[in-house]
Design a protein around this ligand. Structure first.
Ligand SMILES: Nc1ncnc2c1ncn2[C@@H]1O[C@H](COP(=O)(O)OP(=O)(O)O)[C@@H](O)[C@H]1O
Ligand SMILES: Nc1ccn([C@@H]2O[C@H](COP(=O)(O)OP(=O)(O)O)[C@@H](O)[C@H]2O)c(=O)n1
Length: 237
């Protein structure tokens, strides 16, 4: 029986050289995940999409017939989440309903506390002995890894982000209506940035990148340059 995320045994391996941590935060559909995966591949780092953890908690509460805004139900689901839980791989997590539920449980302090140690351990001891980790989310540079060597805050206009998410959902074969996606995104942006615990905002030392008029390649190039300036590292050829 594996331990829940909240009390995984700390690694007993000898401390490796301090892993490089890249924090990539930003609102929905700004391009965090796309960028994080490319950065992880380019630098040989491990990647953690922390949003999946909150989506899994939100969907677990819904499946148990609970309300994601119910602190006790949300905390219980968070404490029960295991890193190997199959829910983490489900396409159901990619729906807007899952995102809305995630955003509600994410405002519950106990949920954030239950997921914090796993995120920090991932950053400190990247799986597979990788020399670094890229974590993307809302509060990586502000709360989870405030000492990250490089912090990026990826944003774009809500209209551009809603259009990107609509296309993404359509590509995944998930039914979506443009106006609903936009309204859902505005609601989630507001909830994420106005909540009392770990609100969505750029860290004071984050490189803020508005991707509204940039394609993924341009964003990647600018991110590589920033990471290089902070760490001296260059992507693998
Ligand atoms: N710079 C960009 N220009 C256009 N589309 C993008 C860009 N970055 C990402 N996308 C697309 O937008 C959608 C959301 O990107 P994603 O990386 O999942 O955002 P996030 O992780 O911030 O929610 C995906 O379909 C992705 O392919
Ligand atoms: N580190 C994180 C990551 C996600 N979240 C919450 O989880 C929700 C879903 O995150 P996500 O990154 O999967 O969402 P997208 O940006 O992919 O749309 C967000 O709207 C936040 O409310 C969070 O609070 N903290």
């Amino acid at each position: 029986m594996t331990q829940p995320l909240s009390n995984q045994p700390l690694s007993t391996e000898p401390a490796p050289a301090k892993a490089v941590v890249v924090a990539i935060d930003g609102p929905a559909a700004s391009g965090k995940g796309t960028l994080s995966q490319r950065i992880a591949e380019a630098f040989g780092f491990a990647h953690l999409d922390t949003g999946v953890l909150y989506r899994a908690v939100g969907v677990s509460v819904l499946r148990a017939g609970g309300d994601p805004a119910d602190n006790a139900a949300a905390a219980r689901a968070a404490y029960e989440l295991h890193p190997e839980h199959p829910i983490l791989q489900e396409v159901a997590l990619r729906t807007d309903a899952a995102a809305q539920a995630a955003s509600k449980v994410a405002a519950v302090p106990e949920v954030r506390a239950a997921l914090l140690d796993f995120q920090r351990r991932f950053a400190a001891h990247p799986p597979g002995g990788a020399p670094g980790a890229v974590l993307d989310g809302r509060d990586i540079g502000t709360v989870v890894c405030p000492d990250a060597q490089a912090k990026l805050f990826i944003t774009a206009s809500v209209e551009v982000r809603a259009e990107r998410r609509l296309k993404e959902l359509q590509r995944r074969g998930i039914p979506a209506i443009s106006s609903d996606v936009l309204e859902d995104m505005k609601a989630r942006d507001a909830r994420d940035s106005q909540r009392a615990v770990a609100p969505l905002r750029p860290a004071v030392d984050a490189f803020v990148l508005d991707t509204s008029a940039l394609d993924a390649d341009q964003v990647f190039s600018m991110a590589v340059a920033h990471i290089g300036s902070k760490t001296g590292l260059k992507p693998k050829a």
